[in-house]
Design a protein around this ligand. Structure first.
Ligand SMILES: Cc1cc2nc3c(=O)[nH]c(=O)nc-3n(C[C@H](O)[C@H](O)[C@H](O)COP(=O)(O)OP(=O)(O)OC[C@H]3O[C@@H](n4cnc5c(N)ncnc54)[C@H](O)[C@@H]3O)c2cc1C
Length: 697
C-alpha cells in the first residue's frame, strides 16, 4: 500500500508521559491554533471566468467549473483563491502539466474533489502513467544534485526533474564554498598522491572513516573533477569552471588544514560561486533536465512493494515519488517516479544558532527529516563539524573566514596578540578542524566578561596579494569596517558541516528501494568523525555521479527501475487515493499565524542546539536537548498538518533532524572527531565537618 511518509511516521507511538507533562505550555499553542481552524466551507461561492487571460474569482455561486489553457493560469487561479483570504479547508489540486492545455477542472461545493478531464484525450489521469513518472527525481541543485542530473541525462538519456527550494539553482550551500575543491597536484615536488590523500582523510576522520568510501573518492575524484568541472571530455554538456591558473595556464593549488600537500584548486575565495554558476548552467541548459524551482519537497511517497523482490534481495519498501509544495502559490502535489528519487538536499548546519550556512532552506535538515519520516536509515549525526573561524560580530549572522586563510599563513592570536594555537596542538593552526574549533572555543571562554579573546591575523602578508587572493572576504569585511590587511579579526566557531546523514552504500543506495542520497545529505563513510577541508564538494561530485551511473548503467540499477516502474503502474491503477490526497491548505490567517509561530520556535530550537548540542557537550545537556526537541518535533508536526507552509515545513524538518542529532549525541558517550562530550560538572559540597553537622540538623 502506498504511503505518504509523514502519515506513517505520525503513527509512531507518542511521547512518554513525562514528556507529555513537560509539553504543557508548548502544546497550548496548538490548541489555540486548532480552535481558529474550524472547518470552513471551501470556496463559498466562486465564479470563474475561464477564457480570459486572468482568471477571475467571484463570490456568487457555490461551486465552480473552469477551463484553463495554460499552466500559468491555473497557478494564478489557485493563488488568487489563496490570496483572497477565502476561508477554505481544502484545495484538491492535481498538477499534471501536460493536461493543462484545454483541460477542465471542477470544484464541488465542499471542495472534496477536482474532476479533471481533457477535451482532447479524454483519459483519466489517475489510471495512466504520467509523462513525469518517467523522470528521475533529484531533489537539490548543489554540486551533488547537478552532478547526478548531468550524468543521468548525458550518459544515459534519463529525463530528470531537478527540484530545488530556491528561486534559482545557485541558491544552495555549494554556492558559498570559499576555499575550493580537492584535485590532484601533478607537480612531483608537491608530493601529492592518492595514498597521501587517503591518509589525510583517515587522519582527520578520527578513525571512523570507512576505507572503501575514502579510496573511492581519492581514486575517482580527479577524473570526476576533469569530467564535470574542467570539461576535458569536450562534451558541451558539462561545466568548464575558470579555476585560478598561473601565467602558463597551469592550475594553481593551495594548502588547507590537515592536508599533507597543496592539492586544492580554487577561484579566488569564491570557488563555490564559480563552480555552481557553471554546473547549474550546464544542468539548466540540458534538454532532458527540467528545473522545478521554488519547490519544497515535504515528504517522500513510499510503498510496500507488491512486486516479487526475492531474486534481487532488495528492501520491500520502495520510494516511488515525492510530495512537494510550490513556495510561491502554496500548491501541493505528488510526483511519482519510475526511475527513483535522489536526495541531494544538503546538511543541517542551519539548525544551530551560530552557523556558517546561509539562511533559507538549504541547511535546515530536510535530508534527515525526509529520510526519518520515510524510515530510511540515518547515522553518525552527532558528528556535526564546527568551523573554527567564523567572523564574530555581536548581533550579526556568522560569516565564514575560510580555512585557506590559515593555509596561507593566518595566525590565531589572543587579545594580547599571543599566538596560542601550538598550545593545543603541535600543528597549530593547521591541526584537524575539530581540534582547532575546540581550541578556539576554549580560548574564547577564557576571557569571559573581558571582551573578545580570539582573533585571526593575516596582516603580516603582502596587502596587494591578500586583496587579490581573498577579494570576497575583504569586501565583506570592509562593509563591516574591518580589513584583512590591517585588522585582527574576531572569530568564534560555528556549525558548518554534517558528517553523518542518510546511510548509503558506494552507489548512493539507501535501505529503501529506489531512494538514493548524495552530497552532504548522505553518510557515505568518507568523513567519519570529522571532515577534511575541501572534501565535501568532491564527495558531492563523486557520489552524485556514482548514483546516476548505478541507476543508468548497472544491471542492479536497471532491475530496480523495472520494479519501480511496475510499482508506479500498480499505484496508478490501485492507489487512487494516495494520488488524490493532497495537503490541507489552511485559511490565510491560520497559515500566517502558524508560519510566524514556526519561525519563532525555529529560533528557540537553534538556541537549544547551540547551547546543548554545540562544540562541547555534556550527558545531561544532550539528554535535556532530546526532551526539548521531541516537543519541538510534535509541535512542528501539528503546525505543519494544520497549515503546510514553507515555514512550517522548514521548522518540521529542523525539528526532526535536531532531535536525531541530539539523540545521537546523547547516546554516544565517547568523544571522537567533531563529537566532544565531557562529564557533567558536579558541584561538590564543602567537606568541612561542621558543614556536615549543620546539614545533619
Ligand atoms: C560558507 C561555506 C563554505 C564552504 N567551503 C567549502 C569549501 O571550500 N570546499 C568544500 O569542499 N566544501 C565547502 N563547504 C561545504 C560545501 O559547500 C557543502 O558541503 C556542499 O556544497 C554540499 O553540496 P550538496 O550538493 O550536498 O548540497 P547543497 O549545495 O547544500 O544543496 C542543497 C540543495 O537542496 C535543496 N533542498 C534542501 N531541502 C530541500 C527540500 N526540502 N525541498 C527541495 N529542495 C531542497 C536546496 O534548495 C539546494 O538546492 C562550505 C560550506 C559553507 C556553508
Amino acid at each position: 500500500m502506498a504511503t505518504i511518509a509523514s502519515l506513517r511516521y505520525r503513527l509512531a507511538p507518542k511521547s512518554s508521559s513525562k514528556v507529555n507533562q513537560a509539553l504543557g505550555s508548548t502544546r497550548c499553542l496548538s490548541s489555540r491554533i486548532a480552535s481558529c481552524n474550524q472547518h470552513f466551507e471551501l470556496f463559498p461561492g466562486i465564479e470563474i471566468s475561464s477564457t480570459s487571460n486572468s482568471v477571475g474569482v467571484d463570490q456568487n455561486i457555490s461551486s465552480g467549473t473552469c477551463s484553463f489553457n495554460s499552466n500559468k493560469k491555473i497557478n494564478n487561479f489557485v493563488s488568487q483563491v489563496l490570496l483572497s483570504k477565502r476561508k477554505c479547508s481544502k484545495v484538491h489540486y492535481v498538477n499534471t502539466k501536460r493536461y493543462y492545455s484545454s483541460s477542465r477542472i471542477t470544484f464541488d461545493k465542499i471542495g472534496k474533489g477536482i474532476k479533471h478531464e481533457t477535451k482532447k484525450n479524454n483519459y483519466n489521469i489517475h489510471n495512466s502513467m504520467d509523462e513525469a513518472d518517467g523522470r528521475l527525481i533529484i531533489v537539490g541543485s548543489g554540486v551533488a544534485g547537478c552532478a547526478a542530473a548531468l550524468i543521468a541525462a548525458t550518459r544515459y538519456q534519463i529525463p530528470v526533474s531537478l527540484i530545488c527550494a530556491g528561486n534559482e539553482l545557485v541558491d544552495c550551500n555549494s554556492y558559498w564554498a570559499q576555499g575550493g575543491i580537492i584535485y590532484k597536484n601533478h607537480d612531483p615536488t608537491a608530493n601529492d598522491s592518492t595514498e597521501s590523500l587517503v591518509a589525510d582523510v583517515l587522519r582527520a576522520g578520527a578513525g571512523l572513516c570507512q576505507d572503501d568510501a575514502v579510496w573511492k573518492v581519492a581514486r575517482e575524484g580527479p577524473d570526476r573533477v576533469r569530467e564535470l568541472l574542467l570539461d576535458d571530455t569536450k562534451e558541451p554538456n558539462f561545466a568548464n569552471v575558470p579555476f585560478d591558473r598561473d601565467e602558463n595556464g597551469e592550475l594553481l593549488y593551495c594548502l588547507e588544514a590537515s592536508h599533507s600537500a597543496p592539492r586544492i584548486i580554487h577561484y579566488a575565495d569564491h570557488s563555490g560561486k564559480a563552480i555552481t554558476e557553471h554546473i547549474t548552467a550546464a544542468a539548466a541548459s540540458h534538454p532532458l533536465i527540467k528545473v522545478v524551482n521554488n519547490t519544497v519537497v515535504t515528504d517522500l511517497i513510499t510503498s510496500e512493494t507488491t512486486t516479487d523482490v526475492s531474486t534481487a534481495s532488495l528492501s520491500p519498501t520502495t520510494c516511488v515519488g515525492v510530495q512537494m509544495m510550490n513556495v510561491e502559490t502554496g500548491i501541493h502535489h505528488n510526483q511519482l517516479s519510475s526511475q527513483g528519487v535522489i536526495l541531494a538536499t544538503g546538511g543541517l548546519g542551519g539548525i544551530f544558532e551560530h552557523s556558517t550556512n546561509p539562511a533559507g532552506f538549504n541547511a535546515l535538515g530536510s535530508s534527515v527529516g525526509l529520510a526519518l519520516r520515510a524510515r530510511a536509515e540515518c547515522a553518525e549525526l552527532e558528528y556535526v563539524q564546527f568551523h573554527p573561524t567564523s567572523l564574530c560580530i555581536p548581533g550579526e549572522a556568522r560569516f565564514l573566514l575560510t580555512e585557506a586563510l590559515r593555509g596561507e599563513g593566518a595566525i590565531l592570536r589572543d587579545s594580547n596578540r599571543r599566538a596560542f594555537a601550538k598550545d593545543f596542538h603541535p600543528d597549530g593552526e593547521l591541526a584537524p578542524r575539530d581540534i582547532v574549533a575546540r581550541g578556539v572555543f576554549d580560548w574564547s571562554q577564557n576571557n569571559r566578561g573581558k571582551g573578545h579573546n580570539v582573533f585571526l591575523d593575516i596582516t603580516h602578508r603582502d596587502p596587494e596579494w591578500i586583496e587579490g587572493r581573498f577579494p570576497s572576504i575583504q569586501k565583506h569585511l570592509k562593509s563591516k569596517g574591518l580589513s584583512l590587511t590591517k585588522d585582527m579579526l574576531p572569530v568564534i566557531p560555528a556549525a558548518h558541516y554534517t558528517c553523518g546523514g542518510i546511510v548509503t552504500d558506494l552507489n548512493g543506495r539507501t535501505n529503501i528501494l529506489g531512494l538514493y542520497a548524495a552530497g552532504e545529505a548522505a553518510r557515505t563513510g568518507l568523513h567519519g568523525g570529522n571532515r577534511l577541508a575541501s572534501t565535501s564538494l568532491l564527495e558531492g561530485l563523486v557520489f552524485g555521479a556514482a548514483v546516476s551511473d548505478f541507476i543508468g548503467g548497472a544491471s542492479d540499477g536497471e532491475e530496480i527501475r523495472k520494479l519501480l516502474s511496475e510499482e508506479v503502474s500498480n499505484m496508478r491503477l490501485n492507489s487512487k487515493s494516495i494520488l488524490e490526497t493532497d495537503r490541507n491548505v489552511a485559511s490565510y490567517e491560520v497559515a500566517q499565524r502558524n508560519s510566524k509561530i514556526a519561525v519563532w520556535l525555529l529560533s528557540k530550537l537553534r538556541q537549544t542546539m547551540w547551547d546543548k548540542v554545540g562544540v562541547v557537550r555534556t550527558p545531561s545537556g544532550t539528554e535535556e536537548a532530546v526532551e526539548t526537541l521531541s516537543l519541538f518535533r510534535e509541535e512542528a508536526c501539528d503546525l505543519f498538518d494544520e497549515a503546510p507552509t514553507m515555514e512550517t515545513a522548514g521548522f518540521r524538518d529542523a525539528a526532526f533532524s535536531g532531535e536525531a542529532v541530539a539523540k545521537a549525541a546523547s547516546i554516544n558517550r565517547k568523544s571522537a572527531g567533531a563529537h566532544y562530550i565531557t562529564d557533567d560538572v558536579v558541584e561538590e559540597l564543602d567537606t568541612d565537618e561542621d558543614d556536615y553537622e549543620a546539614l545533619a540538623h
